[in-house]
Design a protein around this ligand. Sequence first.
Ligand code: C5P
Length: 247
Amino acid sequence: VTAQQPLRGDVAVLVPAAGIGSRLGPGTPKALREIAGAPLLVHAVRRLCRAEGVACVVIAAPAGRAEEVRALVEPEAPSGVTLLVVDGGPTRGESVYAALSAAPAKYPVVLVHDAARAFAPPDLVERVAAAVRSGHDAVIPVLAVVDTVKEVDADGRVVRTLDRTALRAVQTPQGFRREVLLAAHRAAGVANGVTDDAGLVEHLGVAVFCVPGAEAALKITRPSDVALARALAQVHLDADGGRTLSS
Ligand code: C5P
């Protein structure tokens, strides 16, 4: 099977959705906050389920809210997509590991996708999965960095200016051969401070391959991102005749 001929049903997506989202302000856990008529997690699951190859979605829910999350997302999954909900952990890494442990072993391609990147388009999901299928152990979507980036010390003095042409901003979904992601999480242990799964794989000495990211896959983090997300939901509404906001 080549990257041009996606195999139906070989992908499980892990969705860490257990974060508080404190940078967005106090209140409901971030994945359950509503934007454009639906919780962020619902927007995320809708898009994931539209990607070819996705056969299973495993959500790590905020503590004590697994049943509520199951009720929210179940209507979004088409028949043929298995939906599982587990309790998330106190760190993103623990939430991902909980979801990974629950994902059936029959799916050789495992993607990890932040619920906070709720508007990641299905073709981005397909691009990442296709690159894993074509033989890469680990795949990340990246964007060029638009700002100049400097390293700064604790006193606020510039240490050096980094070469922007060599820098990339990293998004999700990140894709892995299942065994590679399992090995990376087991080697790192739960107490690791790594903020993304590809970082764990790098520690194993495994090569990580980059594919083009998508601006719509921004991580909704700060209050100003919410306005952007509303606009993105609208764009999708226009593109698919209104199905996005219909619930
Ligand atoms: O906090 P941050 O923005 O890095 O979170 C990225 C993703 O990880 C979010 O979708 C969030 O819900 C998830 N997360 C989690 N469990 C935690 C912390 C964050 O599933 N304990």
